[in-house]
Design a protein around this ligand. Structure first.
Ligand SMILES: Nc1ncnc2c1ncn2[C@@H]1O[C@H](COP(=O)(O)OP(=O)(O)OP(=O)(O)O)[C@@H](O)[C@H]1O
Ligand SMILES: N[C@@H](CCO)C(=O)O
Length: 309
């Protein structure tokens, strides 16, 4: 967490009462994650995760929550939001939007094996195929408009060299935007880092944190994954990249245009997370516990993919 909003056990018990989840046994604030307030909630009927949204509004949430329901209904191991008697999955606590989902089993793996890289590639492709008939639409919330606004706000904290890297990369991404719009599109997770996937042994047992999802090039998700799962000490770990792509292509083949755009997409992924980490670092919020991520990691990765590392 960040536990941005502290809740008492009594408040959580009152929240779950109308949801038929049984008596509350325990509620524990979660110390990882930086966007929302999360509690692990155990009741007589099972284990759940309660999320209070700190930045997203009730209007912005249906795209994400219904996407999770859509994927869960198609057998993808994602959190399935619990509905009340009226079928409503979006709730409210302390004036903030809230959701409660099933707690998925397994653990995140920070040093994935080749088999695990392959498994996550395969799971991503299954998600892309399952999302194909999702009918809601929302552009990637971390796309071109957001980069421009965030780059402007971040400029004051950057050296001239960093400013010029940022400007030149945004200009490059503007140039390839048309080609990127012509490759297969659909719901993307947008943030499928190692800490958003759970494993039981070599099997993916959970994929969560869909709150940066949007409709975009499916290749963007692949690029984000390669940038996190398949990076060793250098720009990339070839064996992990191959394992990930073999897993993905066992379910969904990439087209020639997607293959040729992959390096540009990896730059886009590095740019997006460099910017979000800069933004989080320079505009920190109050939190009981806060784990800021290092922006320079993605600056270095961006330079490396551009061949300047
Ligand atoms: N449905 C779930 N099942 C199991 N564990 C979960 C689930 N949702 C969240 N968690 C756990 O809670 C932690 C925090 O959740 P999450 O990463 O979504 O935080 P966040 O602040 O919402 O997002 P971010 O990672 O973008 O900062 C995760 O690392 C994971 O351990
Ligand atoms: N995955 C993001 C954090 C939350 O979205 C990062 O590592 O910067």
């Amino acid at each position: 967490m960040a536990v941005y909003t502290a809740l008492s056990k009594g408040e959580i018990a009152a929240f779950i009462r109308p949801l038929d989840l049984g008596t509350l046994h325990s509620a524990l604030g979660v110390a990882s994650g930086i966007e929302n307030t999360n509690y692990f909630v155990d009741t007589a009927t099972g284990c759940y995760v309660l999320t209070l949204f700190e930045r997203l509004t009730a209007d912005e949430l249906p795209f994400y929550l219904h996407l999770m329901k859509h994927l869960a209904a198609r057998g993808i191991p994602v959190p399935d939001p619990v509905a009340d008697d009226a079928g409503e999955i979006l709730h409210e606590i302390n004036g903030k939007p809230a959701v409660i989902v099933n707690r998925l089993p397994g653990q995140s793996v920070m040093s994935p094996s080749l088999v695990q890289c392959r498994a996550v590639g395969e799971m991503l492709a299954r998600m892309h195929v399952a999302g194909n008939d999702y009918s809601r639409h929302q552009p990637n919330p971390r796309g071109l408009d957001w980069w421009r606004a965030t780059a402007t706000a971040a400029r004051a904290f950057l050296s001239p060299d960093q400013q010029s890297l940022l400007a030149s990369e945004i200009a490059f991404q503007e140039q390839i935007a048309l080609s990127a719009a012509r490759i297969p599109q659909g719901p993307v997770h947008g943030d499928l880092f190692r800490d958003n996937v759970l494993f039981e042994g070599e099997q993916v047992s959970g994929v969560f944190d869909f709150y940066f999802a949007g409709i975009d090039a499916l290749l963007f998700d692949i690029a984000v994954c390669l940038n996190d799962w398949c990076v060793g000490s250098g720009e990339h770990d070839g064996a992990r990249v191959d394992a990930f792509l073999h897993g993905y292509e066992a379910v969904r083949r990439l087209g020639a245009a997607e293959r040729s755009l992959l390096p540009a997409m990896r730059r886009m992924g590095a740019l997006r997370f460099w910017l979000s980490r800069l933004s989080d670092l320079h505009r920190p919020r109050e939190a009981a516990l806060l784990n800021a991520h290092d922006p320079t990691h993605f600056e270095r990765l961006l330079r490396a993919i551009r061949g300047e590392g």
